[in-house]
Design a protein around this ligand. Structure first.
Ligand code: SF4
Ligand code: SF4
Length: 330
């Protein structure tokens, strides 16, 4: 949540924004205008990638400031048919497949249909309780429509529904993990259950089953989801996973703090810019010598499928990559 007391107007947030070219003065002037509750150019240029949240060195959370102003001033030009699109999640029936009592639940929220087939098959996920449907959806996607209020509105019910499972929970969707690990704190809510990210769960599994691993000897480019800006610490688990399965995460321009949005957030709002960003991102992955592009977010996976294929770059979902190392997939 935006904390004006932490902002010293250094401008770092918008100087580093990958979608504008601001110098320190212009960046600081935009933040100052927003602090004064005035309009600012960034409200009309922001693509909602969340990156400035991570860039701010003092933790002032400038993305929250920008997002709330965008919603209030209705500056994100979202097409009318998309403005309430995530409300459709409520129509997706809830489903809980009970697994072994000693294993955690795996939450797929409403993302199963966007996952590659078989993405959560195999020994790693065997025996887990599988949880799906609108009751378990976090609505964080609304930030990509320039809206904060629907996320807050659904937060309490989301946490209560998950708590009702009476299980430890593993989150596959980065948005849901961002909600539980970061956003609910802004709303004064605490999670009354233990939880972890998919990466921590897979790291633990792979560490406990090292004898089953055949190192892949691949070089991969990683597509870091926008929601990871809320939870950057978990990147360490991914690095450990890659180490365990013998994969090199190529050192490319658009990874880690400099990652680009897959463009799913704004492809219908700014289609020309989306095509330009996709091309920069995929070209960078190819130029870095990667054998494949590895995805985590089901939306990134879906959006980048065709652009990667068009440049001859194989796309692999992260669970499939681990299953290859475990000998479950060719
Ligand atoms: S959310 Fe992304 S696009 Fe928007 S101002 Fe921050 S860094 Fe720039
Ligand atoms: S929000 Fe953070 S990065 Fe942006 S000007 Fe303020 S202190 Fe600097």
């Amino acid at each position: 949540m935006w904390d004006a007391s932490k902002c010293d107007l250094c401008g770092e947030c918008l100087v580093r924004c990958p979608y504008v070219e601001y110098d320190k003065e212009k960046a600081a002037a935009n933040i100052q205008a927003l602090m004064d509750e005035k309009d600012a150019e960034i409200l009309h240029r922001c693509v909602t990638c969340c990156a400035c949240r991570e860039y701010c060195p003092t933790g002032a959370d400038p993305f929250d400031l920008i997002l709330r102003a965008m919603e209030e001033k209705k500056t994100f030009p979202v097409p009318p048919d998309m403005a309430k699109i995530f409300d459709l999640a409520a129509t997706v029936p809830a489903s809980v497949s009970i697994g072994d009592s000693d294993k955690p639940a795996l939450s797929l929220c409403i993302m199963e249909g966007n996952l590659p087939p078989g993405a959560v098959d195999g020994e790693m996920f065997k025996g887990m309780t599988i949880v799906k449907g609108g009751d378990y959806f976090c609505y964080v996607g609304y930030v990509h429509l320039g809206q904060e209020s629907p996320v807050e509105k659904h937060a309490r019910q989301f946490i209560d529904n998950l708590a009702g499972l009476g299980k430890d929970i593993v989150f596959l969707h980065d948005d849901c993990y961002a909600m539980v690990d970061a956003k609910i704190k802004d709303y004064g809510i605490t999670a009354p259950f233990r939880y972890m990210h998919l990466y921590e769960y897979m790291r633990n599994y792979l560490r406990d089953h090292q004898s089953r691993i055949t190192p892949l000897g691949k070089k991969v480019a990683y597509q870091r989801p926008c929601a990871s800006r809320y939870t950057p610490a978990k990147d360490a688990f991914l690095d450990e996973i890659f180490q365990l399965i013998g994969v090199e995460r190529v050192n490319r321009r658009y990874d880690r703090g400099e990652a680009l949005c897959c463009t799913g957030a704004f492809i219908r709002v700014y289609p020309d810019l989306a095509r330009e960003i996709q091309a920069k991102n995929i070209d960078d992955a190819v130029a870095s010598g990667a054998d494949a592009l590895v995805t985590l977010c089901p939306m990134c996976d879906r959006v980048l499928r065709k652009p990667a294929a068009a440049k001859g770059l194989t796309k692999i979902y992260v669970t499939d990559l681990c299953r290859m190392a475990l000998g479950e997939l060719p």
